[in-house]
Ligand binder design. Structure first.
Ligand code: NAG
Ligand code: NAG
Length: 218
């Protein structure tokens, strides 16, 4: 009987501590997402040194800004000598407004999961070494104002989904390897042509009914 009580007590204690552990790990999912980014990047200047996943939240880390509810609203890592890849985990930062990663040497592709960032105002990935397509999922960013992807190695066409973002004011995709035609509808009506230049196979602006938007893309 005593033995039974003791083992019962033991398992209750075990359950109690597991719950604390689960809470502690999952309570910091934004920190986990950012730490996944840290692990995926090379950081010779140690700008990410303060990104310690054992802290309760990432809000005290350098280059991170949070709102009053302790949700991450800004990642400011422009011009930081970073290389390596972006991670899909970034799509979990639901309150993120500014993703500033310009002027580094980031490689790999733009994760489609960035299309989950409902609050995003600014996606600045210019002056890196990013390849692959511009994900059509970025058309889900209904708060986006600034989309600067210039000076990378991007290929494929400009997804027409972007033309449905009514908040979009600044688009720059110059100096890539994009193909197809330049969109002219919606916010693209006011984007200057120089923001599309130096894409050898990009034609335009698109004349409705004349050329297919993915002309030159095969
Ligand atoms: C960037 O990192 C490299 C090492 O990968 C280093 O040699 C170089 O000095 C750094 N540049 C700056 C501007 O910090
Ligand atoms: C850019 O990325 C490619 C791989 O996609 C790599 O071969 C090349 O060395 C990178 N350029 C620089 C300047 O790091």
């Amino acid at each position: 009987m005593v033995g039974f009580k003791a083992s019962c007590m033991n398992s209750m204690i075990w359950v109690f501590f597991s719950l604390i552990l689960v809470n502690w790990v999952s309570g910091n999912s934004e920190g986990d997402a950012l730490f996944a980014l840290r692990k995926s990047l090379k950081d010779p200047d140690n700008v990410l040194e303060s990104w310690d996943p054992n802290l309760v939240s990432p809000c005290t880390w350098f280059h991170i800004t949070c709102n009053s509810d302790n949700h991450v609203t800004r990642v400011d890592l422009g011009n930081s000598n970073l290389s390596g890849n972006l991670v899909p985990d970034l799509g979990k930062l639901e309150n993120l407004q500014y993703l500033e990663l310009y002027k580094n040497n980031i490689q790999g592709t733009i994760p489609a999961e960035l299309g989950n960032l409902k609050s995003l105002i600014s996606l600045d990935l210019y002056n890196n070494n990013i390849s692959g397509n511009i994900p059509a999922e970025l058309g889900n960013l209904k708060s986006l104002v600034f989309l600067r992807l210039n000076n990378n190695q991007l290929t494929g066409h400009i997804p027409r989904e972007l033309a449905k973002i009514s908040s979009l004011k600044v688009v720059d995709v110059s100096n890539n390897h994009l193909c197809g035609t330049i969109p002219t509808s919606g916010p693209f009506e006011h984007i200057p042509l120089e923001n599309f230049e130096n894409n050898a196979r990009l034609e335009g602006p698109e004349l409705v009914g004349l050329a297919s938007y993915d002309t030159n893309c095969v």
